[in-house]
Design a protein around this ligand. Structure first.
Ligand SMILES: C[S@@+](CC[C@H](N)C(=O)[O-])C[C@H]1O[C@@H](n2cnc3c(N)ncnc32)[C@H](O)[C@@H]1O
Length: 322
């Protein structure tokens, strides 16, 4: 059901097969199986790849002078914490929490309590180990967001390069709105297409990337994301555009880490997967230079009342990091 589909040459101009296109709708169970095609790879593979103390598997921040993987991960997480205005004792939900590096860091550095969601049993096992090692006041639950029902509201909800896996994005935003306390913050950091047509013109390399993630990709424009947030009732607080040099450097570091551990990683995942993953990192760097995407952190607040009761945004609504 989830095996990658071989590329087909249908005519002189290559076209992806219908099942290779973006924006596929799957059941919760198929979503889980497909997403885990990637995240159930051995944790040692991802730990070597991402490096550093927190094994953050998303773009990190290098432009503020980070000297190594850990510093770049912490610089990115500190920026996210500032945007969410995390305060000690608050409850944070990290949807798509990986191996719980970010959640553990937020808990230890900012004193928040929290919950992380993942679809991967291996990630959950590794997350539990990390949480115990740090004595962090957080818990990771292996569940699809569609099946999650919190027992208490959250002060903040965070997604970092996760919603690309979500086909029903408006429905997810509606859930996030329900799970927040009035005035709570929802922060989503994600890559966005600079034009929706980029999603309809897939090249072979785009399909390879899509296949790495079990064909679960749903890349969107900021415009689409903002309109869903608006429809659900969120009030826009702040947009921070993260210069793509940070992602180029992150992807370069990941490739360097991969090559440094080549012998062990090839033995772990096989030379073919290693080679495909390396090709994926190289294609990612090409896309980062193509002008087709931006990387943006979008913070919104749950309005208190139908009468727009929440405090007005204090910062400029649009802000590019320089
Ligand atoms: C690219 S990783 C990002 C991990 C983390 N946010 C970070 O920055 O290091 C995507 C994560 O989203 C999770 N995920 C994907 N689809 C999900 C779903 N429907 N429900 C819950 N988690 C999901 C995966 O299991 C994985 O942990």
């Amino acid at each position: 059901m989830v095996a990658p589909t071989p590329h087909r040459d249908r005519s002189r101009t290559w076209q992806p097969a219908p099942e290779q296109l973006l924006y596929q709708s799957y059941s919760v169970e198929e979503d889980r199986i497909r997403t885990n095609v990637h995240y159930e790879q051995p944790p040692e593979f991802f730990y070597t790849l991402t490096g550093g103390e927190w094994n953050v598997y998303s773009c990190n921040l290098w432009m503020t002078g980070a000297r190594n993987d850990t510093e770049s991960q912490e610089a990115k997480l500190d920026l996210m914490a500032r945007i969410m205005d995390l305060q000690p004792g608050q409850r944070l939900l990290d949807v798509g929490c990986g191996w719980a590096g970010p959640l553990t860091y937020f808990s230890k550095r900012y004193g928040v309590r929290g919950v992380g969601l993942t679809l991967s049993p291996t990630q959950k096992r590794c997350a539990d180990e990390r949480i115990a090692r740090y004595g962090a006041d957080v818990q990771v639950i292996e569940k699809h967001w569609k099946d999650y029902q919190p027992t208490e509201p959250f002060d903040a909800i965070f997604t970092d390069e996760v919603i690309v896996h979500f086909h029903d994005l408006e429905e997810f935003f509606r859930q996030a709105w329900d799970w927040l306390r009035p005035g709570g913050v929802f922060l989503n950091k994600e890559v966005h297409f600079t034009n929706s047509r980029h999603g309809a013109t897939m090249q072979r390399g785009d399909v390879l990337i899509h296949e790495i993630y079990g064909l679960t990709g749903n890349y969107r424009t900021i415009a689409e994301e903002l309109s869903f947030l608006d429809r659900v009732g969120f009030q826009l607080k702040r947009i921070v555009q993260i210069p793509l040099e940070n992602y180029l450097k992150t992807a370069r570091r990941w490739e360097e880490n991969l090559l440094a551990g080549r012998k062990e990683l090839e033995a772990l995942v096989g030379p073919e997967y290693f080679h495909r993953f390396r090709a994926y990192l190289q294609l990612t760097r090409k896309i980062l230079r193509s002008g087709k995407i931006t990387l943006d952190a979008i913070a919104s607040t749950k309005m208190d009342l139908p009468g727009f009761g929440a405090a007005p945004a204090q910062q400029p609504v649009y802000e590019g990091l320089t």
